[in-house]
Design a protein around this ligand. Sequence first.
Ligand code: NAD
Length: 492
Amino acid sequence: MSTQTLIESNELFIGGDWVAPQGSGRIDVHSASTEELIGSVPDGTNADIDAAVAAARGAFDDPQGWAAWTAEDRAQAMERLADALDARAEETCQRISMQNGMPISIAQQLEGVFPSVLHRYYAGLIRATPMREERAGLLGGTILVEKTPVGVVGAIVPWNFPQALAAFKLAPLLAAGCTVVMKPSPETVLDSLTLAEAIREAGFPDGVINIVAGGRELGAYLVEHPRVDKVAFTGSTTAGRTIAARCGELLRPVTLELGGKSAAIMLDDADLSTAAENLFAATLLNNGQTCFLGTRVLAPRARYDEILGVFGGLANALQVGDALDPTTQIGPMASARQRERVEGYIAKGKAEGARVVAGGEPSEQERGWFVQPTIFADVANSQTIAQEEIFGPVLSVIPYDSDEEALAIANDSEYGLGGSVWTADQERGEAFARRVQTGSIGINHYMIDPAAPFGGVKASGIGRELGPEGLQAYLSTQSIYNKQGGAEAGAP
Ligand code: NAD
């Protein structure tokens, strides 16, 4: 019998308030660990997006509105939001873990912390970033180079890190002076209710942040809405291509954070004896439902069996269980569809001749969308499981004979998002890392940092989030030519 109280909402967060939806559809949310119904929210319609965009547009176009607030006032509102998020962090983490299967210990380290850290970071950055520069013109006079907010943003986030990835967008766009309509994924809508409460408490002008949950059609409607100025998307490469094509037609700026199939490259001098925790975070974090993971493990042939042993041992020792159990290291997949997808890849790996070293069998859990952590050996980089993003706890260990071959394998991928190099020699690691075609890469670990730009090359996306670069993505540049100071200056 369920002990869970249903988390239900009958309203959407538009124009700074809870308002009735214009349709009657509902999104039901189930626990990934127990499959029980845990809550439901209104399924947004195009009319709701119209209302939300109108609210965001009004808030942006108001001459005394958010964009006109001083950097200091915006920064203080963002810091109030950070405090309000911190106050709700535990509740937010519980909701996320129930919805997408993220182990609660990981939710507490990442989803419970990243958003408020990001709001405080961008609050500090906007205070310190000059928005106007005066330059001497080469042809006389002076030029004012002004940074202005790009306008109304349509932000679309996936379910795997729903709050952190929302904050990757919200924090810099708010700092820049933009307003937003955010569309969470249907799998993770309950945590967005907590976010809306925090926004209300923080005291933003009405309409600065609006949240309408719904599926991909609703996302597509938001992307091409005539009153949206910029799109920020995190999700699959397939959806990213569609969105990029539409934004191309509209000549609408877009940031795309897409899929990955990164390499975790073990060099021949790597010391893996005490690396288990870092290896786990770099390859299996959040049940493998993380875009930057090094899911292709490249191992020197001379140490192949040893490295297989390390990963096989790691996978077999992982505590698999209910995402809310604080001892759980691997929880369930976010949905039945996602489990089916991952199981399909495991079957494909076997069919294409890869050898199972750990896992590979149906989960023994009685309920929940669980998949056994699975390690494949003897994988060729050309095989499906080495080329396609699986988005589950499945690693392919690929042998190589020389550093040059390891590099060629690492770069033989449609994607280029994350990755890691493991070595006892930091300089060697950095030199190797520079040659990997990827947006970010770690030496002996991998973890995103708010101060470092994050994003992909190749099919992993366009543009960068985080760091000062993430702020620039929400600013446009205007030059104001001023004849004063030139030859005719002062002429009557
Ligand atoms: P998805 O692309 O199916 O959905 C992501 C979001 O986009 C959802 O809100 C969905 O409703 C919406 N959407 C889907 N199609 C759309 C369309 N045509 N137009 C507008 N909106 C659309 O992805 P998912 O399965 O929810 O998330 C997993 C994927 O996200 C993985 O491929 C993963 O690698 C990627 N991801 C990337 C990053 C990154 O920063 N690069 C981070 C997390 C996840």
